[in-house]
Design a protein around this ligand. Structure first.
Ligand code: GLU
Length: 344
């Protein structure tokens, strides 16, 4: 059954599906499509700004920015692509990648899991239904368990490691927004409860309240649509930041992270998202979405009005449009030209 607000509605009727050639189109064409996406979806004003974290309710709902970062390092943007917002859940993707890089595929898979729970991002019942296994690294339980695995002798060391590594993904020093952090610390009782519950199941070895504090900090880093596009393009580029040329994680970690994002990155609409848009992606409650096209680049969007699952209304549509026009959908193919006898 469709959700009351329509679920993932790509809104790309009449837009031709370009088929992937393995490369992005030329510079001018990408520029044109990014500008067109902004113009096409700017009039959309449905959805509502998240308000369960008080400071998020103060976001300007009119902001709309789009950025595309290519693996060549080329950047395209339109609208408010330089407007700052708190990264929120998008941090989960990159902290997951850094922990996989430090501890390896098997440890993280066993400890955190790689499946969608089908329940909301802050679900407690999902933990109970799975015998204390967080299952999904892209919702709060899984992300708290992942953050607990970050190496470091003290919480301060763990936090510094996260900030440094996420900054390497972005190619610039990311700063904590103190106002967001304090507002979220005053309203994150549920996350503290989730961390305690995970501790009771032996899924968090460290102090659960300290882990919730680090998790809240990672959600409070300020980024722009351009930053998240570059962060995503690093995952599209085998782990090398295409702007700085610095290796951040291994190619295997990129593959692992992107497969997890494909299954779980868009809350309980992840299957619908993959069906309509065909790209691994992660969204956050402040209105950001990053979508990654392996080997090509990434799209970063920011617009604070969300649908009922917590995904940005304009961001989803702009990403759907660009996936289609730039030929990014991983599942789109066209029949091969007629076979010659020798290749039959
Ligand atoms: N900091 C938010 C929370 O823990 C992140 C939620 C999200 O972006 O999905 O509630």
């Amino acid at each position: 059954m469709r959700e009351p607000d329509g679920g993932v509605e790509p809104d790309v009727d009449g837009v031709e599906q370009a088929v992937s050639t393995g490369l992005l189109p030329g510079w001018d064409e990408v520029e044109q499509h990014v500008g067109d996406a902004l113009e096409r979806y700017l009039p959309r004003t449905s959805g509502a700004v998240a308000d369960y974290i008080p400071v998020l309710a103060a976001a300007d709902p009119e902001l709309f920015g789009i950025a595309v970062a290519e693996v060549s390092g080329a950047l395209h943007s339109a609208g408010d692509a330089e407007a700052g917002f708190s990264i929120q859940s998008i941090a989960k993707a990159f902290v997951y990648a850094m922990v996989c890089d430090e501890l390896g595929h098997d440890t993280v898979r066993e400890r955190v899991g790689v499946n969608n729970t089908g329940l909301s991002f802050n679900s407690v019942i999902a933990i109970e239904l799975n015998n204390g296994h967080p299952m999904n690294p892209m919702v709060n339980a899984g992300a708290l368990a992942t953050t607990a695995l970050v190496p470091g002798a003290t919480p301060a060391e763990q936090w510094e490691r996260i900030r440094t590594r996420l900054s390497a993904f972005a190619g610039r020093q990311l700063e904590l927004d103190g106002q967001v952090y304090h507002s979220e610390m005053l309203s994150n009782q549920r996350n503290k409860a989730i961390a305690r519950l995970l501790e009771s199941y032996g899924r968090i070895d460290r102090d659960p309240l300290e882990i919730t504090d680090i998790y809240t900090r990672q959600c409070s880093l300020t980024v722009t649509a351009r930053d998240i596009a570059v962060m995503g393009a690093t995952l599209a580029d085998g782990g090398v930041n295409p702007v700085t040329g610095v290796r951040v994680v291994s190619p295997q970690v990129c593959r692992d992270t992107l497969s997890v994002l494909a299954a779980t990155g868009m809350y309980e609409r992840s299957g619908e998202w993959l069906f309509e848009i065909g790209l691994p992606a992660k969204s956050g409650v402040s209105g950001g979405i990053v979508a990654i096209a392996p080997g090509k680049g990434a799209i970063g969007t920011f617009s604070p009005r969300l649908d009922s699952a917590g995904n940005s209304v304009r961001g989803q549509r702009a990403t759907a449009y660009l996936s289609r026009t730039l030929g990014l959908n991983l599942f789109a193919s066209a029949a091969r030209p007629p076979r010659t006898e020798s290749h039959r």
